[in-house]
Every structure is written in C-alpha cells, then in structure tokens.
Design a protein around this ligand. Structure first.
Ligand SMILES: [Zn+2]
Ligand SMILES: [Zn+2]
Length: 444
C-alpha cells in the first residue's frame, strides 16, 4: 500500500474513532435536573442506556486483578436521619453487584464505629468507618481515645498500616490541606441534591396534587435510575481541588455515595384541607405544611381518608438504586479487607455512574505502570485507556485538556511531567453526560 493510501486510511479511521458527539467537543451537559425529570427526557435517557448496553463489549480485567464495585460513604442505622439498615444494605448490594461497602457511621461517642460489621457475608465485604471532622476514615483499629487529637496526629493515627482517610464534602472545605491524606471525594451525590433546590420544590408541588402525584409515581416505576440520576452534575469544584492537589501529592479519588435510604417522600393528612410533606425520617413537626388554598388538589387527596394517613409515598433512593447511581470500582487482587484497602491506597480505582453502562474492564496504563502508579517522564511516553462501551473521552493533566476523542480505546502522549487522568462521557438522552473518572497515572 502506498504511503498516501495508508495516510488516507488512517485519516478515515481517525475520523470514525474521534467522532464528536452532538457537535460538542466541550464536554458540557445540556439539560437542568428539572428538564431531565420530564417524561420525554427520562424516556430518551432510558432508550440511550439500552442502546449503549447493546454497544457494550466484554473486555478482560487486567490479569491478576478483579474489578470490585465498592461503595464508600454509606450510612445505615447510624443517625435519626438515616432510614436504612445494614441487612437491607447487604441485600441491595447483592442486587446491584456491589462487593465492598466502606461504612461511614456518623460519629456518635461513646459508641465505637469500629464495633460494626467487619466481615465478608453473602459475597459482600463490609469495612467499618466513620464520617467525622470532614473526613471519611477507615482506620484498621479502634481510635476512640484519639478522635479529638490535633489534625496531623489524627491523620497519622488513622492512616497507620493500611488505614485510609479521604476528605469529604469538598464544597464545604475548598481550602482544606490535603497533605497526609489517602485522597478525597471527587464526586458526592448529596452535593448534587443540595444544589437542586428547584427540583425538590417541584417534586413537593407535584406530590400535593393527585394527578401529578400519580404521574410522578408512574415515572418512578418506569424510570427509577434515570429519575435519581437527573440531579447528577459534573463535579467541577471537587475535580479542581483534586487536580491541584495531585500536582505534588498522590491522592486517590473516590465517589461519595452518601446513601442513607431516607429519600422516601411522604404526604400525610392533617385534615381535609391540610397535609404535611417530608421524608420518612422527618418528625411530623419538621415536615412542610401545605394547604388547599395553595394546592386545591389536596382536597381530592384527603377525600375519604383520616388524619394521620399517608396519602402519597414515593421511594426515590433504595440502596440498590443509589449504588447503581455512583460507585467506586476498586481493582484489587482479591476481596480481602487488606487487598481492598491496599488498592485504594495505591489509587487502583475509578469512579463511575454504573446506571449508564457497566464500565467493568476499564483500564488506564502506560509502559511500565498503570492507574495509581508513578512513572518517570520521558519524551514520547504513551498513555492508553480502554472502555467496554465506546465513549467520548478526554485526557487531563492539572485541569488542562491534553487530548480528546471518541471510541473504545484511547492512545495519547504525555506533554511533560504531571498527574494524568481520564474522563469518559456518554451520550444519554440527547446530551453528553459524565460517566467515568479514572485515578491518575503520575508522570514525575
Ligand atoms: Zn448523614
Ligand atoms: Zn454522609
């Protein structure tokens, strides 16, 4: 084949592989959470997910490793605002194919959070931990006497051996130092919910009118994952903090599922003209009172019912659905507590929104190293990624976009030393939405 024919073939192949989606090279979402909650958008999202599922090819996981779907930042039986239990979490982990749960009990002295499930049961590994002082902590042993220690001492106690500590809720502490930490949350589900006040208000309004409530209930039955995910945004504030930290430090990025199974919304009758709206964990007096003067449909909801009756009940966040919404895939040699801890320490993990498509088999490597590794810089060093579903991808370093493309594989060259990470986005419901965030390869 002549050089020109070869060149033409290369251009043609590149054009197919690097096809921009929706003309959007800029990796931005298009719809607001409220827009995504409409029937037409939810149906479009579900159809896209089914199409992506058909396009998925099984790709083998790196030899010697397994891809464990894990949940970090998980609450059960640990506060009055938590609705779920550990047995429920176990059953739902099995439903969602989750194989590791790092609990994060709200700190409630004198109770020791290490006195919780620490076992492998029915294929699911539980590791106790706590959400405390702005961190998720997973020490190897009880730390009760040292929980108030000055910060540097506290961090070194937690991280002794294979102990882990991640900075949590980055939006509340953007300037917090990262030295000594295992890593940080790079996505937090609760932050998305907090930002979407309009969506919450619209749900409350819909629940106080019989026809709207029936429609919402039907949407929840037909499009459960799509509805829960409608609030998901690109976590820019989290990623900026991470990208600036990894310039000098090794920091493992994890997803904060922050599940409590408490988004079960209720409408309760006070009298024929008045109802309370709130969640299953709210006391009656803390619920929002809504009257028929504002929402005349309330009279039809209360007709034939008695005070105290639950008129509408919608369960948005059972654990299995939260788990599918976002999780941390941990690449470990086995499912032991030590191996999962070690893998997270080393950055052998990536974050993904699994409801959009199963990313198992994703890999990111270079010559002489892979995700989480430090490798020496040299000119021409090549970085490679593979995706089981062809995706719009980009390679970033220090927040700068180094390369973009489309397809089941990425090949790119480093521009110089730095922490390089990959994002993959999928076209879902007429827009590009973030699907997967790798941990970095550190080129030093
Ligand atoms: Zn909580
Ligand atoms: Zn939490």
């Amino acid at each position: 084949m002549s050089f020109w024919i070869q060149l033409w073939a290369l251009v043609a192949i590149t054009a197919v592989l690097f096809r921009p989606v929706c003309g959007a090279e800029e990796f931005t979402t298009r719809f607001s959470p409220s827009e995504r909650m409409t029937r037409v958008r939810l149906a479009a999202a579900q159809e896209s997910v089914q199409t992506l599922q058909r396009a998925r090819r099984n790709v083998p996981v790196r030899p010697g490793f397994q891809d464990f779907r894990c949940i970090l930042h998980a609450h059960a039986e640990d506060s009055v605002h938590t609705g779920g239990t550990r047995p429920e979490m176990l059953a739902d982990a099995q439903t969602a194919g989750v194989r590791g749960i790092f609990l994060s009990d709200h700190f409630r002295p004198p109770r020791d959070f290490m006195d919780s499930w620490r076992l492998l049961t029915n294929g699911v590994r539980f590791i106790p931990g706590s959400e405390v002082r702005g961190f998720l902590i997973y020490p190897e042993r009880s730390l009760m006497p040292e929980m108030q220690a000055p910060l540097p001492e506290f961090v070194s106690r937690v991280t002794a051996g294979r102990g882990l500590i991640f900075l949590s809720h980055i939006e509340e502490r953007p300037d917090h130092p990262l030295e000594g930490l295992t890593g940080l949350e790079i996505y937090n589900r609760h932050y998305d919910a907090k930002q979407d006040f309009r969506g919450l208000l619209s749900i409350v309004m819909r629940m106080t009118n019989p026809e709207d409530a029936a429609e919402l209930s039907d949407l929840l039955k037909q499009y459960p994952d799509e509805l829960l995910a409608s609030q998901v945004q690109y976590p820019a504030a989290y990623l900026e903090k991470w990208d600036s930290g990894t310039r000098t430090l090794r920091l493992t990025g994890v997803a904060a599922n922050d599940c409590h199974h408490n988004q079960i919304l209720l409408v309760k009758m006070i009298d024929a003209d008045t109802v309370r709206v709130g969640t299953i964990v709210d006391k009656d007096e803390d619920m929002q009172t809504v009257s028929a003067t504002l929402r005349p449909g309330i009279r039809r909801l209360t007709a034939g019912r008695k005070p105290g009756d639950v008129l509408v009940r919608l369960d948005f966040d059972p654990y299995f659905r939260s788990f599918r919404n976002v999780c941390t895939h941990v690449l470990a040699t086995d499912q032991s507590e030590l191996s999962l801890r070690q893998a997270l320490k080393e950055g052998r993990a990536y974050v993904s929104h699994d409801w959009m498509g199963d990313p198992t088999g994703f890999d990111f490597e270079t010559d002489g190293g892979w995700m989480g590794d430090e490798v020496p810089w040299r000119p021409g060093l090549e970085l490679r990624a593979q995706f089981p579903i062809p995706a719009q991808f980009r390679l970033l370093c220090g927040g700068d976009v180094i390369a973009t493309g489309y397809g089941p594989r990425m090949t790119a060259h480093v521009k110089g030393p730095g922490a390089y990470r990959v994002e993959a986005w999928l076209e879902v419901g007429g827009e590009l939405r973030p699907w997967l965030y790798s941990n970095p390869i550190y080129v030093r």
